[in-house]
Structure formats: C-alpha cells, structure tokens
Design a protein around this ligand. Structure first.
Ligand code: KIV
Length: 265
C-alpha cells in the first residue's frame, strides 16, 4: 500500500512506529521499498555520504533533483521525501515555492523537508498552500553547522528546550505534515511528540518519537569518516563489500574469472 501523509498520520494515531531511511539512488530504493520502509528520505546528507563534502552546505538543487528522481523511480510504496538544500528556501517565499515545486515536478517527490522553526513558517505555509506536503526539521539542523559552531546536540537547558517546543507548535500551525527531531535530549523529543499531533521522526532523539530515521550508510556500516553515538549498525555491509572487491581482484588476477559460464562462444 502506498504510504501517504494520511497513512503516516494514522500510524502516529495507532502507535505504529514510522520507519524512514535516507536513500539516494534507484537500486537502493528498490531494496528499501521491497523491505517495507515507510519513507525514503533523499537527505542533503548526500553531500557528505555520496559526494564527499565535509558538510551539507554545498548541495545544489540540481544534486537533489537528480537523486530524488532516481529514488522515485524505485519507490513503489514508500513515501518519497526530498530535502530542500541550503539557500533554496531561506532566501524568499517565492524561492521556496519554486524549489519545492521542482522537487515534485522534476524529482517526483511526494513531499519536501526543510530545516528551521518560526523563521521559515511563512515558507512552510506557502509550500503547503501550493499543495506540497512539508516535513519540518528541528534541533541539530545540519545547515546551521556554522551558526552552531559544529554538529552539537541542541535543546539542552530551559530556554533552548522551550524554543524547540514553541518552534514545533509553530511549524505544525504553519501546516507541516511531519517533523524530524535531530540531536536533542530524549526527554525533550518525547515532550514535543506529545505536544504536536503530526508525526515526529527522531534521529539521535531517543525512543519517544513516532518514528526513526537513520542515514543508511551509517546503519549498514558503509561510512566510517564519523560515526555518531546514536547509530546502531544493523549490518556490516562495508566489510562484506570490501571482501567482495578483494575476491574480485584475486579472481581476475589468478584467471578464475571470467570462467567458462561467463563467456560467449
Ligand atoms: O539529510 C539527512 O539525511 C537528514 C536526516 C539525517 C534527517 O536530514
């Protein structure tokens, strides 16, 4: 069954946890969709895990559309959620609508995600008025890495936690259908989840959210430049791949590949 904003909201109401994973290409989308993942997020984390940048700031609309379209072609049932890259929506309401629209028209996304609270509510409202579902993103929002002075846990202390709760209410009022909570204390994430009626999806935000998201290279052990505390490895796929590459090198060098069965007569 196709996952939609309605089915995801129903999952929150029925206490059925929502599963989201990042995804950046067609073959991975096929695998995740077949496995039954609810939401495939084309995160701007692709700048780091796919393109090798040190943060997400250099990711362009062209990058996002290219990868979103590939994922959308592989996603039969999963909801396809595309990140709006840095400065594709902060600059004006007009830019926000045009760029969200491109992710839907050219990338075939089912919805878009953007970072920020009260400061981007006008943009959220305008995108929602254009009939595009929005997922907001609060807490450790990676596009603010320079303002935060690094990838640091947010929402600690009374002032900071109150601001996140207030921002969560504001993005819900602006029309967001979903809310990602990243890098905040578990207690605060639980409070936000109880406060808003839209589904919350946590990453480094504890078990009290309505769902969870991970970067797939992290959960498969394929990316070791930096492994955050909140990551659980559900497979050592990086090792499996490295061993397969070594076996391939050996087989080519010793002449056992290609064999008779791989050869045209
Ligand atoms: O870009 C991304 O992958 C994200 C998730 C970590 C939530 O925003």
């Amino acid at each position: 069954m196709k996952n939609t904003v309605l089915t995801l909201r129903k999952q929150k109401e029925e206490n059925d946890k929502i599963t989201m994973l990042t995804c950046y290409d067609y073959s991975m989308a096929r695998l995740m969709d077949d496995a039954g993942v609810n939401v495939l997020l084309i995160g701007d984390s692709l700048g780091m895990v796919m393109l090798g940048y040190e943060d997400t700031l250099s990711v362009t609309m062209e990058d996002m559309i290219h990868h979103t379209a590939a994922v959308a072609r592989g996603a039969k049932n999963a909801f396809v959620l595309a990140d709006m890259p840095f400065l594709s929506y902060q600059t004006s309401v007009y830019d926000a609508i045009v760029n969200a629209g491109r992710l839907v028209k050219e990338g075939r996304a089912n919805g878009v995600k953007l970072e920020g609270g009260a400061a981007v509510c006008e943009q959220i409202k305008a995108i929602v008025d254009a009939q595009i579902p929005v997922c907001a993103h609060l807490g450790l929002t990676p596009q603010s890495v320079n303002a935060f002075g690094g990838f640091k846990v947010q929402g600690r202390g009374d002032e900071a936690s109150k601001r996140i709760i207030e921002d969560a209410k504001r993005v819900e009022d602006a029309g967001s259908s979903m809310l990602v909570l990243e890098g905040i204390p578990a207690e605060l994430a639980t409070k936000v989840t109880e406060t808003v009626s839209i589904p919350t999806i946590g990453i480094g935000a504890g078990a009290g959210c309505d769902g969870q998201v991970l970067v797939y290279q992290d959960m498969l052990g394929m990316f070791s430049d930096f492994v955050p505390k909140f990551v659980r490895r559900f497979g050592e796929v990086g090792d499996v791949m490295k061993n397969a590459f070594k076996d391939y090198i050996d087989a080519v060098k010793d002449g056992s590949f290609p064999a008779e069965e791989h050869t045209y007569s």
